[in-house]
Design a protein around this ligand. Structure first.
Ligand code: ADP
Ligand code: MG
Length: 262
């Protein structure tokens, strides 16, 4: 595995055992490489195995075959990983600040006050540390989840459709903010989405998955076509997203190419 590689996946297979004794293959021989600092979007239809793949990469679940190697930036084999979900998964009985602090070293939590305040400010929640999650909007709760994911300065950040429950205006703003944070972070990001436009706006590379059992069917180098910094209204983003839409549509034959009369 080269020094530039953060994640290397080979021949990954995942099968779920069903209650009737049958098995469901969720991932079939997935190969994937992610470079240090790279922003990769996993794009695929619902049920194709995106969450399964993230769960395996992050160690939340075990594969039935294949290998996963993840390296930290300094080449360490014990990389720091963060995971963000579609919902914020904040602890309702803890303040916003304590939810962020929670992931840090348990001793001397007070010494982290400045860091917690810094990250709340970075996600646009300066002064809201004393609030409780229920006092925040869904978008603000997701901002807290971003702060919690980043305060440990991960080598790799896994994100599973983190903005899909938000209204489009909020989601769009948060995508732009995420890119600004990522530029400062020097972290690799693996971001799951079923939204080709979102993937195109965010990614260096879009890895397109087939309907289940998930396989990787296309690897689109967005960075070659759409320079950064990006403007979501740039027609280049929309044009490049059509490539991703076609990659999706050609595999499942479904109406994902809506608007072109398929
Ligand atoms: P995606 O995130 O792309 O929507 P998932 O990874 O959640 O897809 O699921 C992939 C496939 O595996 C789907 O067919 C889903 O029903 C199945 N699956 C996911 N988790 C389980 C589980 N715990 N037990 C059985 N089947 C599962
Ligand atoms: Mg999913």
């Amino acid at each position: 595995m080269s020094d530039a590689t953060a994640i290397r996946v080979r021949d990954l297979v995942k099968t779920y055992a069903l209650s009737d004794g049958e098995e469901r293959m969720a991932l079939e021989n997935v190969d994937l490489d992610v470079a240090h600092g790279e922003f990769v979007c996993l794009l695929g239809p619902s049920g194709c195995g995106k969450t399964t793949l993230l769960n395996l990469l992050s160690g939340l679940d075990r594969a039935d075959g294949g290998t996963i190697d993840i390296r930290g930036r300094a080449g360490s084999a014990k990389p720091v990983l963060s995971y963000m979900f579609q919902d914020s998964r904040l602890l309702p009985w803890m303040s916003v600040a304590d939810n962020v602090r929670f992931v840090l070293d348990g001793r001397n939590r007070e010494k982290h006050d400045a860091d917690v305040a810094y990250w709340l400010e970075r996600v646009g929640l300066a002064g809201r540390g004393g609030d409780y999650p229920r006092q925040l909007s869904i978008g603000q709760q997701q901002r807290v989840a971003v702060a919690r994911a980043l305060i440990i300065r991960p080598d790799v950040l896994f994100m599973d459709e983190p903005f899909s429950a938000l209204d489009e205006l909020t989601a769009s703003r948060m995508r732009e903010e995420l890119l600004l944070l990522w530029e400062d972070l020097d972290a690799s990001v693996v971001f799951v989405t079923h939204n080709p436009l979102e993937a195109t706006f965010l990614a260096d590379r879009i890895v397109v998955m087939s309907p289940g059992p998930g396989r990787i069917v296309e690897d689109i180098r967005v960075a070659d076509h759409v320079p950064r910094p990006r403007d979501p209204d740039d027609p280049k983003v929309w044009e490049a997203s059509r490539v991703a839409v076609r990659a999706l549509g050609s595999r499942d034959g479904a109406a994902s190419d809506a608007g072109e009369g398929t």
